[in-house]
Design a protein around this ligand. Structure first.
Ligand code: ZN
Length: 496
């Protein structure tokens, strides 16, 4: 079977090279490219994407998989064949004509959204969003036999989860969060004015970068640049980049987005180098990926021990702004809980309610129980019911997130909350194995935690699916207990 295995690996490497090159173009587009480059850049990335897709759905790949599935392979090669089969079945079931029509539509839909959002003009995107919904249904229907039409779309991001299982977990979590939010917001609001003084950009960037390095981000295999919407991207296991954005009147913006993207990057940098160039060299699901960004951003980066160590340094960096602000005040400020309108600005406690609203609306649109024309009102109604706030405009309502305007409707939001739940679940395991982690965080030492995460999660890449990994690491299925206990413990202390 050696020749077949080599043949498969060579093909997958080439596909990976094409995707890596497209990622460089995309990174450049989001960081340094002049506006005039946009039309050609879109075309260039589409060409690379199409070539990669054509190479992957080649029937020869299917034939190699057929043969290799019957062979005796070592554990990693067997995993490679298994994961490639999952990807292959997803890829070949979508007709190329449908895929290219959708890709073309998505590019247009994104342009319309980019203009409609600042203009607060939902009518301008309505028709293209209706088309997106139609495409999303067609793509889901390429995978007949589903229980819920969203299931195949959820599979793309969080393989193994279903609309029903996500709904169940979410409703359980909701039952815990809603009273918690009520209790917290009934109290006096935290004063976060200290975060909104003037903080020079260069010092903000330097401070965040220093912590990224101390977390264990390998700067020989990465760098940070500025962008509009922060993201992590990977060209190879040797080049995993992060981006951030700075607001001089908001200290939290660059700092916590840097810690968040660093968490994503630590995951990718920690993958077994032997998987380089293969489909195994990626994070295993949207939810598990987000668990790592949220773990480093929130469970570590907004914790009390963390700031007991770093706050004096932050004060020394910004003596005029923070010199007379106590650690207590600062720690409450960066953990302020409030009922708000914008998901990306939301605190840890309310954040999941934002995600659940989107997930439920997605399902309703796909089910056909919510028409696109009624989306803005449904959005406002859900926010009033769950968070007690109503956006004055659609720009801060259903136009705020790019997801439905740049991809399918379905499967794009649940990963955020699954990630939060998993961050609590994984962190509990790490602390059980190494109770000294909390004290180490309080000394600005992250080696024990980082190593545990690397050995138990990062190194495996996609060798295990998310449900398999969760079972392996935590000895059971996804469950909300540890995450809820974390929130109640932390906010219980903060808000008495
Ligand atoms: Zn993230």
């Amino acid at each position: 079977m050696q020749p077949q295995l080599e043949d498969l690996k060579t093909r997958l490497h080439e596909i990976n090279d094409l995707n890596g090159a497209a990622a460089v173009l995309n990174w450049d587009q989001s960081t340094y490219m002049p506006a005039g480059g946009a039309p050609a850049r879109g075309r260039q990335m589409a060409t690379l994407g199409r070539l990669a897709q054509e190479k992957f759905i080649d029937p020869a790949v299917g034939k190699l998989l057929d043969e290799l599935e019957k062979a005796e392979l070592n554990e990693d090669d067997a995993a490679l064949v298994r994961i490639t089969r999952l990807d292959y079945e997803q890829a070949v079931k979508i007709p190329p004509a449908l895929l290219s029509a959708f890709t073309e539509h998505s590019a247009e839909a994104y342009q319309k959204w980019a203009a409609a959002r600042p203009a607060n003009d939902f009518a301008a995107v309505r028709e293209s969003l209706e088309k997106t919904l139609d495409f999303s249904r067609q793509i889901a229907d390429c995978f007949p036999g589903y229980d819920h039409i969203a299931d195949p779309l959820i599979d793309f991001a969080d393989y193994g989860m279903k609309a029903a299982s996500v709904r169940e977990v979410f409703s359980e979590l909701r039952g815990e969060l809603v009273p918690l939010v009520q209790q917290i917001t009934a109290q006096e609001e935290a004063d976060d004015s200290c975060l909104h003084l003037l903080y020079p950009e260069d010092k903000q960037l330097a401070f965040g970068w220093e912590i990224a390095k101390q977390y264990g981000y390998d700067t020989n295999r990465g760098r940070q640049d500025k962008t509009h919407h922060p993201f992590m991207t990977k060209f190879s296991l040797g080049d995993v980049r992060i981006t951030t954005r700075v607001k001089e009147n908001n200290l939290g913006e660059a700092l916590f987005s840097t810690l968040h993207e660093t968490g994503h990057a630590l995951y990718e940098q920690g993958i077994n180098m032997a998987y380089e160039g293969s489909p195994l060299a990626n994070g295993t699901s949207a939810g598990v990926h987000e668990s790592q960004s949220r773990l480093w951003e929130n469970l570590v980066g907004r914790s009390r021990p963390f700031w007991e160590h770093y706050y004096p340094q932050l004060q020394a960096t910004f003596p005029d702004q923070l010199g007379r602000v106590s650690l207590d005040t600062f720690h409450r400020a960066i953990n302020k809980v409030q009922k708000s309108l914008i998901r990306t600005d939301a605190d840890e406690v309310t954040y999941n309610l934002h995600v659940m609203i989107r997930f439920e609306l997605e399902l309703q649109m796909l089910e056909g129980t919510l028409a696109i024309k009624d989306l803005p009102d449904a959005w406002h109604a859900a926010y009033e019911a769950d968070l007690g706030v109503r956006a004055p405009s659609d720009a801060n309502g259903c136009l705020q997130d790019v997801h439905w305007y740049a991809g399918v409707i379905g499967g794009s939001f649940q990963g955020y909350t699954l990630g939060n739940i998993l961050s609590g679940l994984f962190y509990e395991q790490a602390l059980a194995a190494h109770p000294e982690i909390t004290a180490e965080v309080g000394r600005g030492q992250f080696g024990t935690l980082h190593t545990w995460l690397k050995e138990n999660i990062y190194t495996h890449g996609r060798k295990y699916t998310a449900p398999e990994l969760i079972e392996k690491v935590t000895g059971g299925p996804l469950r909300i207990g540890p995450y809820v206990a974390y929130l109640k413990g932390k906010y219980g202390e903060l808000y008495g």
